[in-house]
Design a protein. Structure first.
Lengths: 74, 270
């Protein structure tokens, strides 16, 4: 039985596009909620910004791993 | 068939000049020099310069502190206060001040390594080579393991990490292996890859737009291609500004995570 579907070309780019979906949603949620929290309690801006950046860094790692894997694999 | 291919059809195309991994490959600075100098490449030079800059800056700012600060000491104190109030105290707590020498030098070392990506002539972030961030991350990792075992005991460390109190029993079946994996194995990996991949991607992006501008404006100037070249030129300026922001942010985040790992080792309840 032959292939039902085939994808050719630069698979690394496609894989990175897929890998960026989840972290994209995640980073959006983090900054959206962070800005909302700052708007509600401006006096806690410093604490909120710390945790916002921490969460951003942890989420972003997934997208970056997806980016690097393309180069490592090729 | 892509647009650049159509616009410059005769002979070589832009595809032959797209920057790839080769822009990170730097041979010895003195190829005809003696063999024992082969280790001396451009990234090594940048790392040595960054270390020198941090040492000189700290020396000039703090070697003879005055009660009323003057000149470099002003800059040094603002920088010190930034790292202390934004990184050390929120992440470690009141005893965060003891960790300031380490955090301050880590932050500025990484910052200068990153900023060398936009400094003319250097123009290569030394952290875009995996060797640099992995060493920095391993230093933090070993320190974190040592401090955790010293302050919580070997059994206490794994107990606090894998079995935090106050959760339903069934959750621990899933939680314990995930926590073990993310704390012991993935932590140094993500800590270093985050810095590496940001610098790597940023440098590729800058090189790409700069070579678009070079190819379509200088090398193969055509009526249709000039528009693309101007876009590439403008984008390379915008991306340089964006890169400066990302480089500073990544240096900050690297230090923030290092401080949070140290803080977690000292005060497991948080």
């Amino acid at each position: 039985m032959g292939n039902l579907a085939e994808v050719t070309g630069d698979l690394g780019s496609i894989a990175y596009g897929l890998a960026a979906i989840g972290p994209g949603v995640g980073v959006g949620i983090i900054f959206g909620q962070g800005v909302q929290a700052i708007a509600r309690q401006p006096e806690l801006t410093n604490v909120i910004r710390q945790n916002m950046l921490l969460g951003f860094a942890l989420t972003e790692a997934l997208a970056l791993i997806g980016f690097v894997v393309g180069f490592v694999h090729s | 068939m892509s647009a650049p291919h159509l616009l410059a059809s005769e002979g070589e195309t832009f595809q032959d000049h797209v920057p790839g991994l080769n822009i990170f490959d730097w041979g010895p600075l003195f190829p005809s020099g003696p063999a024992w100098l082969d280790w001396f490449t451009k990234p090594v030079l940048i790392i040595m310069l960054s270390a020198l800059v941090v040492v000189l800056f700290s020396w000039r700012a703090f070697h003879a502190p005055k009660l009323v600060p003057k000149g470099v000491q002003n800059v040094g104190e603002v920088a010190y206060l930034f790292v202390r109030d934004q990184v050390a105290r929120p992440m470690i707590g009141a005893d965060g001040d003891r960790w300031m020498p380490f955090l301050f030098s880590t932050f500025f070392f990484v910052l200068f390594l990153n900023l060398s990506g936009v400094i003319p002539v250097l123009q290569l972030p030394a952290t875009s080579h995996m060797a640099m961030p992995i060493v920095l991350a391993l230093v933090v990792y070993v320190m974190m393991l040592f401090l955790s075992i010293k302050h919580q005991g070997l059994v206490g460390y794994f107990k606090n990490m894998m079995f935090p109190p106050g959760l339903p029993k069934a959750i621990y079946v899933i939680l314990a292996p995930i926590e073990l994996l993310s704390n012991i194995i993935l932590r140094p990996f993500t800590h270093s890859v985050r810095l590496f991949a940001n610098m790597f991607a940023g440098h590729l992006l800058l090189a790409f737009f700069a070579s678009v501008a070079w190819w379509f404006l200088a090398e193969k100037l055509t009526v249709l291609g000039a528009g693309i070249g101007i876009v590439g030129f403008l984008m390379s300026i915008i991306m340089t500004a964006f890169e400066i922001f990302v480089q500073s942010l990544q240096a900050f985040i690297f230090t923030l995570l290092a401080a949070s790992y140290i803080g977690g080792a000292l005060h497991p309840e948080h």
